[in-house]
Design a protein around this ligand. Structure first.
Ligand SMILES: Cc1ncc(COP(=O)(O)O)c(C=O)c1O
Length: 329
């Protein structure tokens, strides 16, 4: 009982392989595909396999979220994915915060070859080992006191060893924490297919998507308060002015930068609908959409959160034009 090596579905695998002998023999419809497979392949993984995998990943998350196979990179197991992420996101001497108790293999996978340190987020039995804000802050301070630069938080959901899932509240807390500290969040969801109390499992993807409003939900006025922070070249007010100028000169639209309204976070803009016809509004929206789509190739979309923000831009654009039509009717 000390080894988390999953043999529970071996019978299913064996019977599937018996019924589908082509798969193990490198055949398709009875013909060998060995040579096809033995040649160079897409280094991120076979596209057909990735397509099947994104469907499966969505299915085991109750089809509440979807994944883009173009943004998927396959590795030989979660161990190498976790180690590769450490190599990509941190330098030797940087730290990742991990809630305790954690999977003992992480001391090897995350630290040994990368030189990255793990700083524990101390979770305790009195609240069922839940992640709390104070535990997160304490771990962060602990890393700082050891002169370690914190690059992110890594959680397992469902948890090994707890055998529990993170609550929406915990996920929201984690997302707020990483966005305030401007650090990464890694969610190792390797056990997401083993949930037996399924309505309770919430993937971090679900919370991310819900969080990604592009436009503050308004109920009055002639304005839309829009977050375009993910398009900034730097998360500063200089970056905001740079984007504003681009929109003025390249798109031919003047939408007020948040700094002119004394907003304390760079990247927000006020789109004002006070003085234009529906036709003009539609043209403005179309131009903005073209601009955002063209930036798609230029902006380095660093994480899924940013990606989702971009996607919901179209939703915002739609809402704006839809609402306008409704009003005119
Ligand atoms: C949370 C967690 N991540 C990763 C792994 C390793 O996964 P793999 O066998 O796919 O490398 C394990 C194995 O038990 C695990 O518990």
């Amino acid at each position: 009982m000390g080894l988390a090596e999953n043999q529970l579905s071996f019978d299913l695998l064996e019977s599937w392989l018996t019924q589908n002998p082509d798969a193990a023999a490198f055949k398709r419809n009875g013909d060998s595909i060995f040579r096809e497979l033995a040649l160079f392949q897409d280094y991120h993984g076979l596209p057909a396999f990735k397509d099947a995998l994104v469907q499966f990943m969505s299915e085991i998350r109750g089809n509440k979220v979807s994944f883009d196979s173009n943004k998927l990179v396959l590795t030989a197991g979660a161990t190498s994915a976790n180690e590769t992420l450490m190599f990509c996101l941190a330098d030797p001497g940087d730290a990742f915060l991990l809630p305790t108790p954690y999977y003992p293999g992480f001391d090897r996978d995350l630290k040994w070859r990368t030189g990255v340190e793990i700083v524990p987020i101390q979770c305790v039995s009195s609240n069922g080992f839940r992640i709390t804000e104070s535990a997160l802050e304490e771990a962060y301070k602990e890393a700082e006191s050891r002169n370690l630069r914190v690059k992110g938080v890594l959680v397992t959901n469902p948890s090994n060893p707890l055998g529990t899932t993170l609550t929406k509240k915990e996920l929201q807390l984690l997302l707020n924490f990483v966005s305030t500290k401007q650090i990464h969040l890694i969610s190792d969801e390797i056990f997401s297919g083993t949930v037996f109390n399924s309505p309770k499992f919430v993937s971090v993807m679900e919370v991310l998507i819900k969080n990604n409003y592009m436009c503050l939900e308004s109920d009055a006025g002639l304005f839309c308060w829009v977050d375009m922070g993910y398009l900034l070249s730097s998360n500063t007010f200089d970056g905001e002015m740079e984007l504003w100028k681009k929109i003025v000169y390249e798109v031919g639209l003047n939408i007020s930068p948040g700094s002119s309204c004394h907003c304390t976070e760079p990247g927000w803009f006020r789109a004002c609908l006070a003085n234009m016809s529906e036709d003009t509004l539609n043209i403005a929206i179309q131009r903005l959409k073209t601009f955002v789509d063209s930036r798609d190739n230029k902006v380095d979309i660093q994480n899924q959160q940013q990606y989702n923000k971009k996607k919901s831009f179209s939703k915002w654009v739609f809402r704006l034009s839809f609402n306008e039509r409704q009003r005119e009717r």
